[in-house]
Design a protein. Structure first.
Length: 415
C-alpha cells in the first residue's frame, strides 16, 4: 500500500492548505434588493428601524388598563383600534378599547384581553379570565432593535434574507462583486455537447457540470471551451484565463500520462501547492497559483471532477467571496444496507442513497458500480458514503458516515 499512497495528502490537509492561502475579495457594489438574490453582503447590514416599530396587539380583543380592572370587571367600550388606524380619542376611566391584531396599543394600555375571554353585556364587556400585565402585547423592537446588526458581512442573500431587508425599508444593499471563474477542458478526445462523435471521442460533460455548479454558486463563468493536448494551445489558454479571472478551473491533464500537460504548464507559469490526494475518486487534483489568479485542476473522469469540486473548490469559492467559511460538510451515522466494497489506502466517497427505516434509523446503500466514469450515480444518489482511509470492505449492518448532498447536488436534507 505504501507505494500507492506515497506523496498523497489527506483531504483535510488539502482543504486546510487551500483555505489558509487565499483571502476574500473586497470589491463591492450597491444593488437593489430586487436584483441581489444569491449575492454576498460586503458589510454588516444595520437595521434603520425597530421591529415592530410600535407596541401592537397580538390578538383581536380589548386593550385595558390595570387601574380600571381593579375597580370593576365590567368595562364600557370607548372606541376601536385597527391595524393602520390607531385609537387617538380621549379614553375615559372604567372603559376599554376594542383592538385588532397588529393595531397600535393605545397610550396607557398595559394588556390585551382576547375576545374569547370576554362576554358582551349590552354596550359593555365582562372579563371571564384573569388578566396579566403585558399579556398579548408585542413590544416595540421586540424582534429587531434599531441599530442592530441584522445580517453579518459574508451572508448569502436569499429568500430568507431579502424579505427581511424589505421589511426594514432597506431598498439597496452593498454586495461583493461576483467571482470571475474561467473554465476549460483539455483533451483531444473531447467533443462539445451537441456535436456528432467521431471514433474514439467522448462528450465534454465536465465543463458543462462545473459551469452549472459555478452558476449555482453565483459566479461569472468565462467558458474557454476545449483545449487540445498541445503545449502552446494550453499555454495560451492559461494566459487568457489568468488575465480574465479570479479562479481558473481546468478539467483533465493533471495525471501522469504522456499527453497530460496541465501539471507541467502550471509548474512553468505558476506554483503548485499540491497535486495528489489520498482520496477516491479524485486522486489527481492540482491546486496552485498563477500570476494573478488561483488554479484548480480537476481530474478528467466525470465523477472525480464533481467530487473534487464539491469537496475542495466549493469551500475555496466560499472563502474567496467572503462568506463565513463553512465547516466540513455535516456528517451523519447510518447503517450499511448492503456490502460496500473498499480497499484500504484512500478516503472513499461512494455515492449513496439514504433513508429511514421503520424504526426511524438511517440506513444507506450505494448506487451500484462506483467507477469514476459512472456519472449516472449522482442522479440516483442523495449523499456521499464517506469511508475512512484505512477502512476496508464494509459488511451489511455496520455503521458508516454519510454526507447528505447540499443544494449544489440537488440535496433535500434529512426527512
Amino acid at each position: 500500500m505504501e507505494r500507492f499512497t506515497a506523496g498523497l495528502i489527506s483531504l483535510e490537509e488539502a482543504q486546510s492548505k487551500m483555505l489558509a492561502e487565499i483571502a476574500p475579495i473586497h470589491d463591492s457594489e450597491m444593488l437593489a434588493i430586487t436584483s441581489a438574490a444569491g449575492r454576498i453582503t460586503a458589510e454588516a447590514v444595520i437595521s434603520p428601524i425597530s421591529v415592530p416599530p410600535f407596541a401592537n396587539s397580538a390578538m383581536d380583543g380589548y386593550a385595558v388598563r390595570s387601574a380600571d380592572l381593579a375597580a370593576a370587571r365590567l368595562l364600557s367600550v370607548a372606541g376601536k383600534a385597527f391595524a393602520g388606524t390607531p385609537f387617538v380619542d380621549a379614553w375615559p376611566a372604567g372603559s376599554c378599547i376594542r383592538i385588532m391584531t397588529g393595531a397600535a396599543i393605545p397610550p396607557g394600555a398595559d394588556a390585551v384581553v382576547m375576545q374569547e375571554e370576554t362576554e358582551t353585556q349590552g354596550e359593555c364587556i365582562r372579563l371571564t379570565a384573569t388578566v396579566k400585565t403585558g399579556q398579548n402585547i408585542r413590544l416595540a423592537g421586540e424582534d429587531i432593535q434599531q441599530g442592530a446588526v441584522v445580517l453579518a458581512a459574508g451572508t448569502r442573500l436569499g429568500a430568507a434574507e431579502l424579505p427581511l431587508l424589505a421589511s426594514l425599508g432597506i431598498s439597496h444593499v452593498k454586495v461583493l462583486r461576483k467571482l470571475r471563474v474561467a473554465v476549460f477542458s483539455t483533451g483531444d478526445e473531447l467533443q462539445p455537447v451537441g456535436q456528432p462523435l467521431a471514433a474514439g471521442q467522448i462528450y465534454d460533460t465536465n465543463r458543462f457540470a462545473v459551469s452549472l455548479m459555478l452558476n449555482s454558486l453565483g459566479c461569472d463563468v468565462i467558458d474557454l471551451g476545449i483545449i487540445k493536448d498541445d503545449p502552446d494551445a494550453l499555454r495560451n489558454a492559461f494566459a487568457q484565463a489568468d488575465d480574465a479571472a479570479d479562479v481558473v478551473i481546468s478539467s483533465g491533464g493533471v495525471s501522469v500520462g504522456e499527453a497530460d500537460y496541465t501539471k507541467a504548464m502550471l509548474e512553468e507559469l505558476g506554483q503548485i501547492s499540491f497535486w495528489k490526494l489520498a482520496m477516491k475518486p479524485g486522486k489527481p487534483f492540482a491546486f496552485g497559483r498563477l500570476q494573478t489568479s488561483w488554479f484548480c485542476g480537476l481530474p478528467g473522469n466525470p465523477v472525480s471532477a464533481a467530487v473534487t469540486f464539491y469537496q475542495l473548490v466549493q469551500p475555496l469559492l466560499a472563502k474567496l467571496t467572503g462568506q463565513q467559511t463553512p465547516a466540513l460538510p455535516a456528517r451523519l451515522r447510518a447503517r450499511a444496507a448492503g456490502l460496500l466494497k473498499k480497499a484500504p489506502g484512500r478516503l472513499d466517497f461512494q455515492r449513496g442513497l439514504f433513508s429511514r427505516d421503520a424504526e426511524g434509523e438511517l440506513t444507506v446503500r450505494n448506487t451500484g458500480h462506483q467507477g469514476s466514469h459512472i456519472f449516472s450515480s449522482f442522479s440516483q444518489a442523495n449523499c456521499f458514503i464517506v469511508l475512512e482511509r484505512e477502512r476496508g470492505t464494509v459488511q451489511p449492518g455496520e455503521w458508516v458516515e454519510i454526507e447528505p448532498f447540499n443544494a449544489l447536488l440537488g440535496g433535500q436534507g434529512v426527512a
